[in-house]
Design a protein around this ligand. Structure first.
Ligand code: CU
Length: 173
């Protein structure tokens, strides 16, 4: 084949995009993984799905302050509710959700935070999100799990940032 011939240019017109497109996709993947925090959930361990309610930390589902401004939510998904289904934290908190399913496949999606994980029976999912602004952050099960799947939701309620302890102990913030 002669260099510079129309045939060569025609080949080049196919070869270059076939390199540029995968490279572009790889760059997009890297940007999302490191810039957007998109990643696969880690292998956080296993739990006997028939004994979730009796296995720590799921025997005491709820929210625990593990450090100032850092919370851990131990959450159980089951047909058709999350336990807990309401989480109250002050603004500026970092929350790690440690969650599993006690029956079928569920999911945990918080559209306004960077949370999107599957909750599989037998497997523990762990995902961390930061809640910077006060407001309500609804969360949903996004894996079809039966007739009342659409009722399976809850919300994270982010109150004003708390810099001081509330003496009455009954504040919603
Ligand atoms: Cu579900």
């Amino acid at each position: 084949m002669n260099r510079g011939s129309p045939v060569y240019l025609y080949e080049l017109a196919w070869i270059l995009p076939s390199i540029a497109i995968p490279v572009g996709m790889l760059v997009a993947l890297i940007v999302l993984a490191y810039g957007g925090g998109v990643h696969l959930p880690g292998d956080e361990g296993r739990v006997n799905p028939t004994a979730v309610m009796a296995t720590a930390p799921f025997d005491q589902p709820g929210i625990v302050e593990v450090a100032p401004g850092r919370y851990e939510v131990r959450m159980i998904a089951g047909i058709w509710l999350f336990t807990p289904n309401e989480v109250r934290i002050p603004a500026g908190s970092t929350v790690t959700f440690v969650a599993t399913s006690r029956d079928v496949v569920h999911g945990l999606l918080i559209p306004r935070a960077n949370v999107n994980v599957m909750l599989l029976p037998g497997q523990i999912s762990r995902v961390t999100a930061r809640f910077e602004h006060p407001g309500e952050y609804p969360f949903f099960c996004h894996e079809y799990c039966g007739i009342a799947h659409h009722t399976m939701w809850g919300k994270v309620i982010v109150g004003p940032a708390s810099n001081a302890k509330h003496p009455d102990g009954d504040s919603t913030s």
